[in-house]
Design a protein around this ligand. Sequence first.
Ligand code: MN
Length: 200
Amino acid sequence: MPTNQALKDYHARRDFGRTSEPAGGERRPASQPIFVVQKHDASTLHYDLRLEVDGVLKSWAVPKGPSTDPRVKRLAVPTEDHPLEYADFEGVIPAGEYGAGPVLVWDTGPYRNLRAEKAGAPAVSMAQAIAEGKVEVRLEGYKLKGGYALIRTGKGDDARWLLIKMRDDEADARRNPTSTAPQSVLTGRTLEEIAAEGEE
Ligand code: MN
């Protein structure tokens, strides 16, 4: 279970008397770790990629969202760890609160840490892979499948994380799921529908 310390930044940014986001700390990890991509229209539209690691959701904001084309590199900006309960949060963060705006679960499913199962190489844990800035995972989502790499390039203030589709059978330069499949995989709703319901 994550300690309160692990979610310190998450808690410091939110007033749980106002936002319907989960405070977290109750859910136990399932047998297989999960990923989630949440579409979030805050001050700007972006996609939040979250990977379950050691009882929390390690998180990156991806302004343009994931691509299925291995030639495309998408900027991914690290954000604070989120509680496991956040994986199925969908709704509207109220005006004036941190991240105000509608959120939907754009994709989710189990993932595998490919660096833990490479033949002839020592197994690298997800925590270690993140510390090294070289994450390789295989996603089993509804929209996203196959290998994705999260790579940190540059140093210090110039450090940047990039999200890149790995070259495998699921790579497809012609698919564009962020535009062809915009709805929630949990409820089928669009961000506009969630925003409208939140204002009732
Ligand atoms: Mn966000």
